[in-house]
Ligand binder design. Sequence first.
Ligand SMILES: [Zn+2]
Length: 83
Amino acid sequence: MASQELLILAGHAWQCPECRRLLLETPEKALSGHRLNEEERERLARLEAEHFNSISALAQALSVEVNDLYEIMNHARTRLRHF
Ligand SMILES: [Zn+2]
C-alpha cells in the first residue's frame, strides 16, 4: 500500500512541469522535507522522464495502483503541493 504522501508527490509531479523537472534533475533537493520513508524516497528519486508518458507508466514505475494515482490527482493537496 502506497503512502498518501508518495501518491501526492507523484501526482503533483504529473500535474506540474516545474516540480517534475526539479524531481527529475535534483531529486534529493525536491524530496527533502517531505514525510517519506527511505524506500519511498528512493522510488520517487528513481523516476525518469519517460515514466511521465502516461499515468499507467508512472504507476508501474512506482509500484502503485493506477486507480490510487488517478484518485489522488483530484485531491486539492496534490494540485497545490509544490516541492
Ligand atoms: Zn509544482
